[in-house]
Every structure is written in C-alpha cells, then in structure tokens.
Ligand binder design. Structure first.
Ligand SMILES: Nc1nc2c(c(=O)[nH]1)N[C@H]1C(S)=C(S)[C@@H](COP(=O)(O)O)O[C@H]1N2
Ligand SMILES: [Mo]
Length: 264
C-alpha cells in the first residue's frame, strides 16, 4: 500500500484514489469508534463505582442517577410555583356522600377533647395546641377535585385554617426556612413528608370541617391535612404531630415506592 501520510510526496498534490479514500475513512471511523467506546466505558465505570443511595425509596440506585431525577423534580417545582392555584368549584357541586378510603393510623376511637396537636420545632421546643386554639384562627374553605392515586376523584368541600396562617399565628415562620414539613398520626402509623413550598401554598390547610360540619372520624377527625396540590396519599387524616427539617421526613407511601413528591 502507498504511504498515505508520507511527507516525501513533493510537488502538486495528486487527488486520492478511491482505495486511498476508503482507507482514510476507515481510519477515521475506527478511531472515532475507539474514542467513543472509551468514553462510554469510562462513564459506565464512573456510574458503577458511584456510591449507592443507602436510604429512601430510591435506595440502591446510583447517586448520579438520583441527582438527575432530583434536578428534573426541581425544574417541575419551579415551574409549578406557588402562583399556580388548583381549580375550585361552587359549593353545590361538592359531593354529599364523600368517598372514604384507607385508615392507617386513623382507625378506632379518638378522644377529641383530650387531643392536642404537637408541633416540634427544630430547636427541640414542642408546642401543644388544642382544637379550640386552631378554630380560633381565621377560617377558610375550599371546594376542589380531590384525587386519589388509585384512580378516583371527587369534588369535595373542606373547612379549616390555612397552613400559612397557622404558621404565622404560632410564630413558626423561622421553621419555614427548612425544606420539609413532616406530619404523623398520633400513633405514628401513617406519616407524610411535604416540601415546604407545597405546605405554604395558599390552598393548603389544616381541616376540621367537611360540608360545613365537623369532620367525621373516618375522614380524619379532629384535624387533617388538605393539600390540593398533591394526591390523596399526602392528605393525612387524624393529625398528631408536625415537625420541620432539611432532611426528607419519612413518608408512608413513598416507602412503598410511590413518588415522594406526589404533586398534581
Ligand atoms: N391517617 C391516614 N391518612 C390518610 C390515609 C390513611 O390510610 N391513613 N389514606 C390517604 C389516602 S390514600 C387517601 S385517597 C385519602 C382519603 O381520604 P378520605 O378517606 O377522607 O376520602 O386519605 C389519605 N390520608
Ligand atoms: Mo388515595
């Protein structure tokens, strides 16, 4: 074969023969192939050697992959900011026979007179708040389409106090600098984690009424979370305690593989 890259060729350049062109192309494409596979192999090794996530619903996934997922989630959150309001309906459209779903942590009798909501500040300080204390705050109503991940939805009517009003009234504003709110039932059997922007969303409330009557035990008496920007699973019934943290609080359905964010 002629020396393709020889400098000895003096004089005017002769056009390459077909054979020479093919040789050169092969050289370039094989070269590209080797470089590309090197990058791919390196990338795969990097991912393979990356630490696994130890805890949470994505446990076992490589950290860089989780980071990518978190980035996407963040973009969605920024996009669906607090200015986005969930659609509301006239009172007449609210269901009279409201569907009732699962009761983990909200089964059995509850002594409403003895019930107190525990608010655990990050400093360790704990507030004990009665239902009357909460009912004394400005009341708000919402009629919206409640959606369960199991595939049903229903327009329902809730009354209570805005979570953001509750925060201000009990001087918890400094706690909202943290990333998450954790909520649990009094027996700690059911629990949810809520990102702070969704908790502070203007339609999120602590509800003690349904259809303008005291909340029934099966719907979460004496107090439940109503968070219209999220699926039913996050709307914890029979609230017992609230806490604040920068780490994701444990979440009952996320532990079963459902999306932690569960936004609509
Ligand atoms: N304590 C508690 N809260 C809960 C649940 C539960 O099992 N226990 N289920 C959730 C689910 S999956 C849904 S769809 C709604 C149902 O609320 P409802 O029974 O008032 O319709 O409550 C949510 N809150
Ligand atoms: Mo649900």
């Amino acid at each position: 074969m002629k020396n393709l890259f020889s400098k000895k060729n003096k004089g005017p350049k002769k056009p390459l023969t077909v054979e020479q062109k093919i040789t050169r192309r092969n050289f370039i494409s094989f070269g590209t192939f080797f470089v590309a596979s090197g990058v791919a192999y390196g990338g795969w090794k990097w991912l393979y050697n990356s630490p696994e996530e130890a805890a949470g619903i994505t446990a076992g996934a490589r950290k860089p992959l989780r980071r990518a997922l978190n980035k996407t989630e963040l973009a969605f959150r920024t996009f669906f900011s607090n200015n986005h309001l969930v659609k509301t309906y006239p009172k007449e459209m609210a269901a009279k026979n409201v569907r009732h779903n699962s009761d983990v942590g909200s089964e059995g009798k509850i002594d409403i007179a003895a019930w107190k909501l525990q608010v655990k500040k990050q400093s360790g300080e704990v507030l004990n708040i009665s239902l009357d204390d909460i009912k004394a705050l400005p009341k708000t109503d919402i009629i919206y389409d409640f959606k369960c991940v199991e595939g049903w939805d229903q327009i329902s009517h809730w009354g209570g106090v805005k979570f953001s009003d509750f925060i201000t009234h009990f001087k918890l504003d400094d706690q909202t600098r943290l990333e998450y709110v954790g909520m649990e039932t009094p027996d700690k059997e059911y629990y949810v984690g809520i990102d702070m922007p969704s908790a502070m969303h203007p339609q999120t409330m602590l509800a003690y009424e349904m259809n303008e009557k005291p909340l029934q035990p099966k719907h979460g008496a004496p107090l439940r979370l109503i968070i219209p920007v999220k699926y039913g699973i996050k709307n914890l019934k029979r609230l017992g305690s609230i806490s604040f943290s920068d780490k994701r609080p444990r979440d009952y359905w996320a532990e079963q593989g459902y999306d932690y964010y569960s936004g609509l």
